[in-house]
Design a binder for this molecule. Structure first.
Ligand code: GDP
Ligand code: MG
Length: 291
C-alpha cells in the first residue's frame, strides 16, 4: 500500500556509492522534492553528515539505514494513541480540514471500524454548507447501519453537534463522529464556526472533543503544513489523519507535520475502501519510506 513514497530518496541511496558531499547535497534536494520541509531536510542531512564525519557511515546504504532510524525517531517523538473510550459517553470525534482531503470518507471508515467492534456510532452532518455533503454522509450512515443526525443545508453546525450529542445519549450510541465544513465564504467564518462547535462540545460534554482530527491530503505537499497551523490555532487539534498515501503522494509531508507542528499523526488513509484506514505506526512508516 505504501510503496514508492520516497522513491527518489531510496533510488539515490541504493547501490554501492560512497557517502560523499555530493551525495548529501543531492539527498537534501531530493528530500525537499519529496515534501520534507527545507528546514527538516537540512536538519536530517546535517545529522547524516555528522555521522559520516564520525565514521559511523561510509556508504549510501549506510546513509539509508541511519536516515530510516532518524525518521522513525522524529515520527515517534510526538505520538499519542487514538482516544477510543471516554470518561462519559459519547466519545466525540470532530473531523476538520479543507474540502476534498477525505474527511467524509475517513468518518465513514471510522464509523465502520466502531460498528465492526459492535460499538454503535452516530455520524453528525456538521458540514451544513453543501447539501451534497449531508447526503453523502447520510448514505454512509445507511450503509454502515450507523445513526445519523443532520439539519437543513445552511443550518448552524454547532446546533447539529448539540443535537447529535443528545441523540447519541438517547439512542445509546457510544461514539459521535462529526463532519464539519471545509470552506465558508471566508476563512474567518470557518474558524469562528469551529470555535463555536468547540464551545458547544465543552458545554455539553464537560470536556473538549476526545479527538479533534485534522484530515490532510498527502498529495497536497507543503500546503498541508499551512492547514495544520491554521486549524490548530483555531481549535487545538489532538492529531492528524493523513489520507491518500496510496496514490501519488511522496510521503515527506508526514515527517514535516510531525517535526514542524509537533502534532501526533494518528491515522493514515491508504485507499478509498472502508478497510483502508490504518493506525499510524512510526517505525513501520519509516520502513515504508526508506525500505
Ligand atoms: N486514494 C484515496 N482516496 C481517498 C482517500 N481518502 C479519501 N479519498 C477520496 O478523496 C475524495 C474526497 O473525499 P471526501 O471524503 O469527500 O473529502 P471531504 O471533502 O474532505 O469530505 C473522494 O473521492 C474519496 O474517495 C484515501 O486514503 N486514498
Ligand atoms: Mg465532506
Amino acid at each position: 500500500m505504501l510503496r514508492n513514497l520516497f522513491r527518489r530518496v531510496t533510488d539515490l541511496l541504493s547501490g554501492p556509492g560512497e557517502a560523499t558531499d555530493e551525495l548529501f547535497e543531492e539527498l537534501e534536494e531530493v528530500l525537499i522534492a519529496s515534501d520534507v520541509s527545507a528546514r527538516v531536510s537540512a536538519l536530517l542531512v546535517e545529522r547524516l553528515r555528522a555521522a559520516a564525519r564520525e565514521g559511523r557511515v561510509r556508504t549510501a546504504e549506510g546513509v539509508r539505514d541511519v536516515l530510516r532510524s532518524q525518521i522513525a525517531e522524529i515520527l515517534s517523538r510526538h505520538t499519542a494513541p487514538l482516544a477510543v473510550s471516554s470518561p462519559a459517553p459519547p466519545l466525540l470525534y470532530l473531523m476538520v480540514g479543507v474540502n476534498g482531503t477525505g474527511k467524509t470518507t475517513t468518518i465513514a471508515k471510522l464509523g465502520a471500524r466502531f460498528q465492526r467492534e459492535g460499538r454503535k456510532a452516530l455520524l453528525a452532518a456538521g458540514d451544513t454548507f453543501r447539501a451534497a455533503a449531508i447526503e453523502q454522509l447520510e448514505l454512509w450512515a445507511e450503509r454502515l447501519g450507523a445513526e445519523f443526525v443532520a439539519h437543513q443545508p445552511g443550518g448552524d453546525p454547532a446546533a447539529v453537534i448539540f443535537d447529535a450529542i443528545g441523540a447519541a445519549r438517547a439512542r445509546g450510541c457510544e461514539v459521535v463522529i462529526a463532519d464539519t465544513a471545509g470552506r465558508l465564504h471566508t476563512k474567518r467564518n470557518l474558524m469562528e464556526e469551529l470555535g463555536k462547535i468547540a464551545r458547544v462540545v465543552q458545554r455539553e460534554l464537560g470536556r473538549p472533543a476526545d479527538e479533534s482530527l485534522l484530515v490532510v491530503d498527502a498529495t497536497t505537499g507543503q500546503n498541508a503544513l499551512t492547514q495544520a497551523q491554521q486549524f490548530h490555532a483555531a481549535i487545538g487539534l489532538t492529531g492528524v489523519v493523513v489520507t491518500k498515501l496510496d496514490g501519488t503522494a511522496k510521503g515527506g509531508m508526514v515527517i514535516t507535520i510531525a517535526e514542524e507542528e509537533r502534532l501526533p499523526i494518528k491515522l493514515i488513509g491508504v485507499g478509498e475502501g472502508m478497510e483502508d484506514l490504518e493506525d499510524f505506526d512510526p517505525a513501520g512508516f519509516a520502513a515504508a519510506l526508506v525500505p
